[in-house]
Design a protein around this ligand. Structure first.
Ligand SMILES: [Zn+2]
Length: 286
């Protein structure tokens, strides 16, 4: 299989919905190793324990920092996470994680954090803009709000997570975001069976194929289904290589210009059984 690089990879536990789901750094590496994924941009899980408030967010961010420090060839850059309800304390933690720990931005999951990608994120985005950093945003309704961020914060590079999970979101992103150079996209959770009005070929033809990337959305999803779709899509090999990892390499090098991908297989720290890695209800990992 060709190498894959994953731009959408959560580490930690989601405990705010049942059943809880999560993964450690080690299990993440084992999953990557077993499926030809040679690197990733790690970020925390949303919906994690918050008994200590922003101190818990700091702990989440530090897990990502340590993963990047321990495996710089596999995790060349990392993202923190923000909770809008932390307000200025959360903004300060984001600034700390970027200035002191070298994270390059944040992930935001509106569905699990209870907001809507509006002005409530401006203070957080301003911190990232000062570093010309990176934000991975999960959709909340129309992507027109992400297009508005792209205009308002031109120095930030945005990734729209799982841009093509359903036909409505797919067409909406094409309508609102295709013209912005600072918006990139991952194809995590792309369902099988999309007809030609919204399949991968349609996405490539209507969003910039130099900014479309593979994403796993671990620990929630069996991403091998997306890899199979990319391999089987009616796309030329050059385009598949771009989506699988070459575009992501270019993106990462915007933030870590000396990094080059390591194409040899990952050697994970623990041997997990197939069941431990891939036990699933349909496409959703347990
Ligand atoms: Zn995600």
């Amino acid at each position: 299989m060709r190498p894959y690089f994953d731009v959408h990879c959560h580490i930690g536990m989601t405990v705010s919905r049942a059943p809880v789901v999560g993964q450690s750094v080690g299990r993440c590496l084992a999953r990557m190793a077993s499926a030809g994924v040679i690197g990733a941009i790690p970020c925390p899980t949303a919906g994690s324990p918050q008994a200590r408030g922003v101190l818990d967010t700091r702990s989440q961010n530090e897990i990502i920092t340590k993963a990047c420090q321990k495996y710089p060839e596999r995790f060349p850059i990392g993202l923190g996470i923000v909770e809008v309800r932390h307000e200025q304390a959360g903004v300060d933690e984001l600034d700390r994680s970027m200035c002191d720990d070298g994270l390059v931005g944040f992930v935001c999951h509106p569905g699990l954090s209870g907001h809507s990608l509006g002005g409530e994120l401006y203070a957080f985005l301003e911190v990232v803009a000062m570093h010309s950093g990176l934000c991975l945003l999960h959709q909340a309704g129309s992507t027109s709000n992400i297009a508005a961020y792209a205009r308002r914060f031109p120095s930030i590079t945005f990734i729209i997570g799982h841009v093509s999970m359903n036909k409505g979101g797919h067409l909406d992103a094409i309508q609102h975001c295709a013209k912005y150079d600072n918006i990139w996209y991952d194809v995590a959770q792309k369902p099988e069976g999309a007809d030609e009005s919204w399949d991968l070929v349609h996405l490539v033809n209507n969003l910039n194929k130099d900014r479309l990337m593979f994403g796993s959305d671990l620990p929630y999803y069996d991403f091998r289904l997306v890899q199979a779709q990319i391999e089987n899509a009616g796309l030329d090999d050059e385009t598949k290589e771009k989506i699988a990892y070459q575009n992501a390499v270019r993106l990462v090098q915007q933030f870590n210009d000396s990094w080059e991908p390591t194409l040899s297989p990952i050697e994970p720290p623990q041997v997990y059984s197939e069941l431990e890695m891939w036990d699933a209800n349909g496409a959703r990992l347990k």
